[in-house]
Design a protein around this ligand. Structure first.
Ligand code: ADP
Length: 454
């Protein structure tokens, strides 16, 4: 089969480009072994985990505000998780039908070099030849190598479509202080489990501004965290699990109904990637520039597989950047703005950030002017009695151009979009101050913070 572009992987990095290219008349082959669009985000990541989080949020508020102590049936939550995934799979199938220029093959791609590839799936083997290629093969769960790691659950066990039902653990140990570990710990604590986190190093969220991490840590009193506690092994203890870990060189143990290990994710490279000549970065991700180009002309790598901004929304934008540059004959007419990708850690409360924040500015010697608005004063926060947290904005001195911001607390994941858009458009404190953020939404805290500088 001859195509103009082969898109490898049908996640956020893959299908937006496939559709865009087909809309402009290109013949596109899109392949994924899942046979569905949406990638790991939909199959086992953001969508299922945030579905459970939404339900967890409802139960927390119902208990706190309505004295509604009804026990949670965790099976109901898992059914709703699958139902949402089913809705979205169906929606993507309709989108695919609307794009007849995209040939979607269920199968795994092996790269053969020189613009050729072999796709093997249930329908047999297809050979594809295409001058353009977008790699969007994402990442997978990294399994640590301590003995008994196989006795631990991973995010796949909790969130994968139609994953076998699990009981809500009364006690849970989470291994790992990255965003997945924190989100899982916080979710189960909200659902009523007794949770503790064991972290190998002395920090949480290594890539996040330490000042913001400290604020978040202070806001998670339900989730005790032990630092510098490397795991020795996990072993069965009847139907439970025993975790053996080290503190100051001494072995300690704890038991729980379940152990979740969240030790990061690693890139998935399509077999045969070496034959293309693309270069990897020192961490093993595909090296790309801001135009999403790999080191080989005509081959792009979008999304998690390039490791630059491993979030679905960034993958979608990178996917479109790759499509636009392919359509321009591989000239870099479009570039990804990595400086304004909003990120949320969906704990209870959530924390979100974008652009240049306090510690990053200090480290890079960038002077900033700060503006804050505490959420204790926010009307919506008061309505649901979640008054903890703040909006903080960082501006360039003089022209008061917005460089970045963070939100801890209610609405963080929504507010950060407005802040991110303002960063990306180069707006200033007077611009933000003039905007009538809608009442009564937490967005009001943004213009309110900006007004403190005028
Ligand atoms: P992203 O957000 O970057 O798109 P995801 O991890 O959500 O990343 O999606 C990556 C998709 O790539 C997954 O659906 C996965 O099944 C698919 N994939 C991985 N390896 C291959 C391969 N060799 N051929 C085709 N698709 C692949």
């Amino acid at each position: 089969m001859d195509a103009d572009v082969l898109v490898v992987g049908a996640g956020g990095a893959g299908y937006p480009a496939a559709f865009r290219l087909a809309e402009s008349g290109r013949r596109v082959v899109l392949a994924d072994p899942k046979g569905e669009l949406g990638g790991n985000c939909l199959f086992s990541g953001c969508i299922p985990s945030k579905t459970l989080r939404e339900l967890g949020q409802i139960s927390v508020r119902a208990r706190r505000l309505l004295s509604w102590p009804g026990p949670i049936d965790f099976a109901d939550l898992q059914r709703q998780r699958d139902a949402v995934q089913r809705i979205r799979f169906r929606q993507h199938r309709e989108e695919l039908r609307e794009h007849p220029g995209v040939t979607f093959l269920k199968g795994s791609v092996e790269l053969l070099g020189n613009g050729r590839a072999r796709i093997e799936g249930p329908e047999g083997i297809t050979e594809v030849s295409a001058p353009g290629m977008i790699l969007g093969t994402g990442t997978r769960v990294r399994r640590p190598d301590f003995p008994g790691a196989e006795l631990c659950l991973t995010s796949d066990d909790l969130f994968s479509f139609q994953a076998p039902r699990i009981d809500l653990p009364s006690e849970l140990v989470v291994i790992g202080g990255g965003y997945i570990g924190l989100e899982v710990a916080s979710l189960f604590a909200a659902l009523g489990s007794k949770v503790r986190i064991l972290v190998r190093s002395d920090t949480l969220l290594r890539n996040v501004d330490p000042e913001l991490v400290a604020l978040l840590q202070g806001a998670l009193p339900d989730v005790p965290i032990e630092f510098e506690a490397p795991i020795r092994r996990v072993e069965p203890a009847g139907r439970r699990r025993r975790v053996v870990y080290l503190v100051d060189g001494q072995e300690r143990t704890c038991e729980a109904d379940a152990v979740v290990v969240a030790a990061g994710r690693e890139p998935v490279l399509p077999p045969g990637w070496e034959r293309t000549g693309i270069r990897l970065d020192p961490r093993g991700f595909v090296a790309t520039d801001d135009a999403v180009r790999t080191s080989v002309p005509g081959i792009y790598a979008a999304g998690d597989v390039n490791g630059r901004a491993p979030y679905f929304h960034a993958a979608v934008r990178e996917s479109l950047v790759a499509a636009h540059n392919l359509m321009a004959g591989n000239r870099p007419i479009d570039r990804m703005d990595y400086g304004s990708v909003p990120v949320t850690i969906f704990t209870f409360p959530s924390v979100a950030y974008v652009g240049i924040t306090a510690s990053v500015a200090r480290r890079q010697g960038i002077p900033t002017v700060e503006a804050r608005s505490p959420l204790s004063e926010d009307s919506r926060a008061q309505m649901v009695q979640e008054r903890e947290g703040e909006v903080r904005l960082f501006f360039q001195p003089g022209n008061l151009r917005l460089l970045g911001g963070w939100v801890l607390g209610i609405g963080a994941s929504e507010l950060i979009n407005e802040i991110g858009l303002a960063v990306s458009c180069g707006l200033t404190a007077p611009d933000l101050a003039r905007f009538p953020d809608q009442h009564p939404t937490t967005n009001e805290a943004i213009s309110k913070a900006a007004r403190t500088l005028l």
